[in-house]
Design a protein around this ligand. Sequence first.
Ligand code: MG
Length: 458
Amino acid sequence: MADKLIISVSGLRGIVGDNLTASVGVEYGCAFGGFLDSRRGAKGRRPSVCIGRDSRPSGQMLESAVAAGLCAGGIDVIKLGIVPTPSVAVMIGSLALSGGVVITASHNPAGYNGIKLLLENAMAPPKDLARQIKNFFLEKKYTLADSLSCGCLRTSNRSAGEHITRILKIIDKNKIAEKKFKVVLDSVNGAGGPLATKLLSLLGCRVVAVNTEPTGIFAHPPEPTAENLAGLCEIVKHEKADIGFAQDPDADRLAVADENGSYIGEEYTLALAAKYVFSRRKGCAAANLSTSRMLDDIAAEAGCTVIRTPVGEANVAAAMLENNCIIGGEGNGGVIDPRICPVRDSHVAMALILELMAETGETVSRLARQCGAYYMAKDKFTIDPADAQKLLDGAKKLFRDARLNTDDGCRFDFHDGWLHIRTSNTEPIMRVITEAKDRQTVEKYADAVANLRRQILG
Ligand code: MG
């Protein structure tokens, strides 16, 4: 059964009632507990972890299962209930815990769920430690506690308060409140609705709440893409709102609709947040290799730099920590502000964007235009590893004049755009992302890759 599960650096994902069952949850809890116990040393204190979940109805079953596995291994567990993924990270720091668990399948369809792990630094485990945890799970390397040493279970409802307090500390609440922004919020009935509604109200916004009940009954397909947010855009227009915000089910990603009800794309979330952060402080940013060049333009204008990392939140967070970055994230609407926590947080992203609007007095559409007009195309296709390597080798020859980064597949930077070709970490697919100032240039590079594919793979 376990071989059908998707096990990656960030945890485990599967279909509930099929390959993701209560027994998998218990065993994964035992494995994470065994791993944490192996790290504490002879005199280390007994590990404690917090556990939160998104609003999927299967979350309660998996939370109970994982918590039971952890307690069985002698780990103390604090249940946070339905909370955004970043709130779990916040609580690891606030309570000085040994780690955290999030029960979520993020933007995947309702039938899926997953178990995501965070370490004591509130970050996903790096590759070598993720491999160790996987071995604990697959080889059942853990030992169980005896009757007197089982872990204790308690609950805490402090995470929303802690999370909001951290955000309000870095934001000028009054400056935003003076503007009395009208904000449409679509939380897809995921975990983010209650916290986001409260935060926006505290920032003096007039909130039009759509799908903010955390029922786990997704009102539309949960990935915050243009085609799934037509409803939000309509409401923004109808309500004559200043901005529309859409969260994914575990509320780490944020998409934005402008005051005209146009979906401006997830790439702009990080660009707008960074634009504000760089206007206040100097420092560097980190983003993955597939993220828009808008960020480099914004950083350059502010005299700042951008560090590029392989795709994956943990890689961006690690680079941020190593380089003391002041902002970072991914082009999928994921913004990481290290003052809150080292994981993507849609709530801090909302606050930063609202503060940018308040500070400049500009509309979202004008601010988005100032970020630079780029055109991006994304393609993906199934490929086996040998063919993927052939294609990458062919691309290196074809684009030999470009600046090349091979940290994650091949990223080619040209004077008029860039191209990133990489294989997925979790599926046998290859992704091709192209960005340039105009559609023709994007098509030029995308067509060149398509031709190369035909030549090499037939
Ligand atoms: Mg997510």
